[in-house]
Design a protein around this ligand. Structure first.
Ligand code: SF4
Length: 325
C-alpha cells in the first residue's frame, strides 16, 4: 500500500511544560524509540512520500536523531516539527537533508510566548533564521485564548523570516485548563483570524488557518486512509490522537469527559508495517472513511442522489478533528 506520510514519533519526551500539552500530565510516560527498531521500521519508508519525524515529544531530544534523518532521507522526503530550542544540536547537513522543518511558536511577542512556553522567543527566532538558510521553514502557531490576539503579528514574523505559516486549533482537549484555552466555538475570535488573513495578503505569506466552528468532515485532516503513525514504543495507530501515551486516553468533548482505550493496530517490535496495514481491523477503519468519501463522489456524479454515508468510527465521534477543528 502506497502511503502519503508515515509519522514516526522518535521520542515522546519533551523538555517543555506547555499549559495546553498532555505531556505535562504526571501519568505521561515519555520514552525514546529504540534505534534498532527505527532501523527496522525504516525498511518500510519507501512506501511513503514523506517521513515526518515527530509525535508528542521533541524529536531533537532523541540522541540518534541526526542518524534517523540520514536513514529516512534515503527512502523518502523527510520533515520534522520542533519547539525550535535544540536546533543548534543539528549539523547543517542534517537540516539540508530535510525537505522542510516546522518550528512551533506560542506567541509573537516575548511576553506571550514566555507565558505559554516558559522560555524566551529570541533564541528560537535565531534558530529559525538558520533553518531557513538551509531548508524550507514553516512556522506553526497553536491558537489559544492567550495568544490569538498576536496572530497577525505572528504572520508578520513569518514574513520577516521568509517562512510559510499555519495555525492550528488546540484540538486535543483533555482537562479544564486546556478547555479554557481553546478558541474554537468561542464568540469574538474570528476577527483575529480575519486580521491575520489581511496581514498575510499584505506581506504575501503562504498561510493556513483552521475553522473556528465545527462541521463534520468525511475524513479528518489526519487522513488515516493514506497516513499512518508509529509511536515511540513501536505501536501503529491511524493518528496521533489515538497514540497518546496515556491509557485510557482522556478527552473532553463538548463539555463531557470521555475515556478512550489506547488500542493500536499492531506492534512493529514483532510485526511488519505492511502486515499491520493489511489486518482486517485496520482495513475496515480505512474502508469506513473511504466509503464516506465515496458518498461525496456519488453526489458529484449523480446530483440529487442521497448516498448512504457510514457513521464515523466510534473512537472518532468524540474527536474534534472529525469536526474540522
Ligand atoms: S477523527 Fe480523530 S481519532 Fe479519528 S482518525 Fe481522525 S484524528 Fe484520529
Amino acid at each position: 500500500m502506497k502511503l502519503g506520510y508515515i509519522q514516526v514519533e522518535v521520542t515522546s519526551r519533551c523538555g517543555m511544560n506547555c499549559l495546553m500539552c498532555p505531556t505535562r500530565l504526571e501519568e505521561w510516560e515519555g520514552s525514546d524509540m529504540d534505534f534498532n527498531l527505527f532501523k527496522r521500521v525504516s525498511e518500510s519508508f519507501s512506501n511513503a512520500k514523506l517521513i515526518h519525524l515527530q509525535g508528542w515529544g521533541e524529536p531533537i531530544l532523541h540522541p540518534d536523531f541526526e542518524k534517523m534523518v540520514r536513514i529516512a532521507a534515503k527512502h523518502a522526503a523527510v520533515s520534522f516539527t520542533t519547539n525550535g530550542y535544540l536546533i543548534d544540536r543539528l549539523s547543517d547537513e542534517t537540516l539540508e537533508l530535510c525537505d522542510f522543518v516546522v518550528i512551533s511558536i506560542a506567541g509573537a511577542s516575548e511576553e506571550t510566548h514566555r507565558k505559554i512556553r516558559k522560555c524566551s522567543l529570541k533564541p528560537l527566532i535565531e534558530n529559525a533564521k538558520r533553518v531557513n538558510r538551509l531548508t524550507n521553514l514553516k512556522l506553526s502557531y497553536m491558537l489559544t485564548k492567550t495568544n490569538i490576539h498576536e496572530l497577525a503579528n505572528a504572520v508578520e514574523l513569518a514574513a520577516n523570516l521568509n517562512a510559510d505559516f499555519f495555525a492550528t486549533n488546540l484540538d486535543y482537549v483533555f482537562d479544564k485548563m486546556s478547555d479554557e484555552l481553546r478558541v474554537f466555538s468561542t464568540p469574538g475570535m474570528e476577527k483575529f483570524v480575519e486580521k491575520a488573513r489581511e496581514r498575510a495578503k499584505e506581506f504575501g505569506v503562504k498561510t493556513n488557518f483552521p475553522p473556528l466552528e465545527p462541521g463534520e468532515v468525511l475524513v479528518c485532516a489526519e487522513n488515516p486512509v493514506e497516513n499512518v503513525v508509529i509511536s515511540s514504543d513501536g505501536l501503529v495507530f491511524p493518528c496521533v490522537y489515538l497514540a497518546l501515551h496515556l491509557n485510557p486516553i482522556p478527552r473532553l468533548f463538548n463539555g463531557k469527559m470521555y475515556y478512550i482505550e489506547r488500542r493500536s493496530f499492531g506492534d512493529l517490535n514483532t510485526e511488519r508495517l505492511d502486515d499491520v496495514l493489511d489486518k482486517e481491523s485496520y482495513r475496515t477503519l480505512r474502508e469506513t472513511f473511504r466509503k464516506r468519501l465515496w458518498g461525496l463522489e456519488q453526489i458529484a456524479i449523480w446530483p440529487g442522489t442521497q448516498p448512504r454515508i457510514p457513521q464515523l468510527p466510534e473512537t472518532c465521534r468524540t474527536c474534534y478533528k472529525a469536526y474540522d477543528l
